[in-house]
Design a protein around this ligand. Structure first.
Ligand code: HEM
Length: 480
């Protein structure tokens, strides 16, 4: 099957009106339903009766279209200021309109029309919520990309030494038990590692932060995001108590202030670099805390368990192949240079991100009236309408990916695999794209896949066998 041409990056995009389409124009199928009742019924389907993946899939099948109207939570009764109406875009072609900054506005749409209170970020709107047309966006984005650049010399040694502490801990627990739940120690490792590399702040200098920094972040994340995520508690309790209203910032203000003070006191060098990009000291601290706690810690906390599961439960023989590559091609010491040689390991990282994109939903608001196309139809979108992509289905687009439901470790190898990277969108842009101040692609796009590949390589150099899944480890056989 030949691949559809990718939509060019924003800077090269032809203005949509000048982009002729041969496709038949179709009215966008689906509806937002009766006021209040339509959104409420969709919300119950989304969180309770169908769950997100099925929610989008059943509607896609019903309307025989990858583009349709529906509602996403949060909704009625206590979210009166939130408009849940969206246009779902569920194939690679229609979704990629969200990367075209001429077409969509990304102001305050990180998690949809609902915006967690700015109190959670010190009463300032951090860069992630800003559109590219806002001057603060480029400042905050350059700051975050600079943080990564500055940390490049310590990234690998800190990663490996903190990973070893985590693994020693798992091995010790495993010596008296048949299974270890690793989520909490993994988050502890992530918190320490990310604080050190991103903020240059060592949690061990502040005993309260060293002990509870990770759980402080978890609470801060949970209270902001609860109205939009399914946590799997008993229904209808979850709908009544977790999805019907926002929780107040006061619940986590003490923790957030402690994290803020920790960064302010120990992350001086990084904060100063933020002021060089035109941010005030306060803006630099809140942006840094957000990139550390939300983007990086939050993102890796979701992604790494999936990655461990991919290695532990991949197709027969995968671990042996990965082990061979990690040991024979990773060089004497793992580092940035090892990466180029680790083709299968990189491919497994990409395939895990394809099957389980850690940030499943992306939104963008039409900046103007324009024509949006899927493979078979074009649709008129009106200025102000909210587009919503659910990556878990987009990354299984059968036009682009052969056997899209299968985990194929070698999918992203060789020439064809390199071409497919144009359609790997977990970072809110193609894996072949480059984050910048004029787009909204994840600033950590490369460091995320690099770090994940190093973790896989290190695990397979340290162990001959790893057994477990996305939540526990049941066996680790050390390399002889
Ligand atoms: C597994 C880890 C990560 C995942 C899954 C992830 C995913 C994403 C996604 C999907 C977005 C776009 C959100 C949207 O606008 O709709 C994003 C934005 C962003 N990410 Fe990441 N990210 C990760 C790690 C990181 C890291 C390590 C950094 C460190 C600098 C980072 C910095 C950012 C920033 C600054 C933005 C906002 C970009 C902008 O406003 O233009 N992320 N990330």
């Amino acid at each position: 099957m030949s691949l559809p041409p990718p939509i060019p990056p924003p800077s090269l995009a032809t203005p949509p009106k000048a982009r002729p389409t041969e496709l038949p124009i179709r009215q966008i199928p689906g509806s937002h339903g009766w006021p209040l009742l339509g959104p409420l019924s969709d919300r119950l389907d989304y969180f309770w009766f169908q769950k997100p993946e099925n929610f989008f899939r059943t509607r896609m099948d019903k309307y025989k279209s990858t583009v349709f109207r529906t509602n996403v939570p949060p909704t009625f009764p206590f979210f009166t200021n939130v408009n849940p109406n969206i246009i779902a875009v569920l194939d690679c072609k229609s979704f990629s309109h969200l990367f075209d900054m001429d077409l969509v506005d990304k102001k305050d749409v990180l998690v949809g029309d609902f915006v967690p209170s700015v109190e959670f970020t010190g009463n300032i709107r951090v860069g992630v919520y800003q559109d590219v047309s806002e001057p603060q966006h480029a400042k905050a984005k350059s700051f975050s990309m600079n943080i990564l650049k500055q940390s490049s010399s310590i990234w690998v040694p800190e990663l490996i030494s903190n990973l070893d502490i985590f693994l020693d801990q798992i091995e010790a627990t495993l010596s008296n038990s048949s299974s270890v739940s690793y989520f909490s120690p993994l988050q502890q490792f992530l918190f320490t590692f990310l604080s050190k590399v991103l903020a240059r702040a060592d949690p061990s200098l502040d005993p309260k932060i060293a002990e509870s920094g990770s759980s402080m972040l978890n609470k801060w994340l949970a209270v902001q995001l609860l109205p939009t995520v399914s946590v799997g508690t008993i229904q209808p309790l979850e709908e009544i108590f977790l999805h019907s209203f926002s929780y107040p910032y006061a619940l986590v203000s003490g923790d957030y202030n402690k994290l803020y003070n920790f960064i302010k006191q120990h992350g001086k060098e990084v904060i100063k670099s933020g002021t060089e990009f035109g941010l005030s000291e306060d803006e630099a601290i809140h942006n840094l805390l957000f990139v550390l706690g939300f983007n990086s810690y939050g993102g890796f906390s979701i992604f790494l368990p999936k990655l461990i599961d991919s290695i532990a439960n991949g197709p027969t023989g995968l671990q042996e192949k990965l082990r061979k590559e990690a040991r024979e091609k990773g060089g004497s010491t793992l580092g940035f240079d090892s990466l180029k040689e680790l083709e299968l390991i990189n491919s497994v990282v990409y395939e895990t991100l394809r099957m389980n994109p850690p940030v499943p939903l992306q939104f963008g608001r039409a900046r103007k009236d324009f024509q949006l196309s899927s493979y078979d139809s074009a649709f008129n979108v009106k200025k102000g309408e909210l587009l919503c992509g659910f990556q878990k289905l987009i990354m299984r687009d059968p036009v682009v990916f052969d056997e899209p439901e299968q985990f194929k470790p070698e999918r992203f190898t060789k020439e064809k695999g390199a071409e497919l990277l144009n359609y790997l969108y977990w970072s809110n842009g193609p894996q072949t794209g480059s984050p910048s101040g004029s787009n909204k692609q994840c600033a950590g796009k490369d460091i995320v896949t690099f770090t994940a590949a190093l973790i896989v390589a290190h695990l397979l150099r340290r162990y001959d066998l790893i057994k477990g899944d996305g939540s526990s480890i049941t066996a680790l056989r050390k390399a002889k």
